[in-house]
Design a protein around this ligand. Sequence first.
Ligand code: NAD
Ligand code: UDX
Length: 463
Amino acid sequence: MKITKICCIGAGYVGGPTMAVIAQKCPDIKVTVVDLNEQRIKDWNDPNTDNIPIYEPGLSEIVAEARGRNLFFSTEVDKAIDEAEMIFISVNTPTKTYGKGKGMAADLKYIELCARQIARVAKQNKIVVEKSTLPVRTAEAIKSILDNTGNGVQFQILSNPEFLAEGTAVTDLLNPDRILIGGDTTPEGETAINALVDVYANWVTKDRILTTNVWSSELSKLTANAFLAQRISSINAMSELCEKTGADVSEVARAIGMDSRIGPKFLKASVGFGGSCFQKDILNLVYIAKTYGLNEVADYWEQVIIMNDHQKRRFSNKIVQTLYNTVADKKIAFLGWAFKKDTNDTRESAAIYVADDLINEQAKIAVYDPKVSKNKMLNDLDYLETRPSADNKDYLNAFDNAYEACKGAHAVAILTEWDEFTTYDWKKIYDSMHKPAFVFDGRNILNPKELEAIGFVYNRIGS
Ligand code: NAD
Ligand code: UDX
């Protein structure tokens, strides 16, 4: 079976870049990305591709090449579903904020809405692909909805989780470590799996395309994120011990990373991991384990989150303690607000929590981030509901220039590892600050010797 038309529901951080790359690599397939959010679709269709709603290195060029040729962004969801032989579901699956499983389980209401919409619209057989990250056995629920609509249409459900990381989405998509496709072991299931394998085979070698049963595929995604986040919490736990013992966490990471069984990646101690995935997916895993009564399994993984919360709080406490136990009315400059470099995404960014803690202490926060707007920063703080929105506006200010943000500050805190921060004239920043001038490097990106030679009191994670 050859796929000629794909529809993707959800034009977000996953749907947008993933479909742009499929369209670029498969010029014979018409790819339509749909979303209910009209503004988002309008932005994807902006004549100037530098204004597309998601910043990822290399993405605007791919959109410029494929958009209007075989890549389309639209709000006409029914039409795109009707046309397509293969439908990707790439909608958000946030942590539930209400009811049973509140604060832990994945909220599947958007997924269910998609399934019902597909069921209502479909007039021919379709392959439905779970691209969103979902709890294990979600495909069962989707299938039950699709099979009970009375249209007599046959559906095959595949699980095809996405492993891209933000900031490197395009290179990850172009050169993935592996593509994972889970499907039924029936002949129809295998036909569906092969149809999706053939799409990816346009640019990914077959030895990197892994096929499994649906449940293994769904659970592998949660497992991969849990393992990755666990490495960060493990090294962050060691960073606290390093600070007490005179060891240096970067040296420890290097030493253990050279063991080929451990490997060097994902061992950077930091102010704590953020992003839309790690916390949400681990909480979901913990919830699933609990529903099966696997309390030890649940507790084991929950520690990864507990450690991460501790690391964020430890960073803000350190700032307060070092600044003589009071930051009231002191200007603290934040370099970075995004949850990592090279993205404009701020979901669960450590910066939000550190700012919230410091505002509780009545500090004045002055932020510079090359890709994040002041509005987004304020929305992130308001979302925590710690204080009235007007107060957040009083305490947080944003600057479009790092030197301005740092002028008159008592301390500079580095929250995101943007490359440009390492190229600054730190002497100029020092001269414009109150003395003693403190730097809290939450990403260990600056050179301690250089900063100390300038006169800074320099603090980093894990040494
Ligand atoms: P997102 O919030 O950026 O995008 C989701 C989009 O879906 C939104 O634009 C929303 O308007 C749209 N949507 C929701 N319900 C809809 C409906 N019924 N019809 C049409 N559009 C609808 O989310 P995201 O970051 O792209 O994540 C999507 C999924 O991919 C999640 O399950 C996430 O866990 C997973 N994932 C994310 C990443 C990542 O790096 N962000 C990586 C791997 C997997
Ligand atoms: C993650 C997974 O890596 C990706 O495979 C999955 O598809 C989505 O979730 P993402 O959250 O976009 O991707 O970025 P990632 O590079 O994993 O970083 C997550 C957080 O961990 C960031 O805040 C980052 O700064 C932090 N991090 C990462 C560390 O603190 N130390 C590290 O060594 C690596």
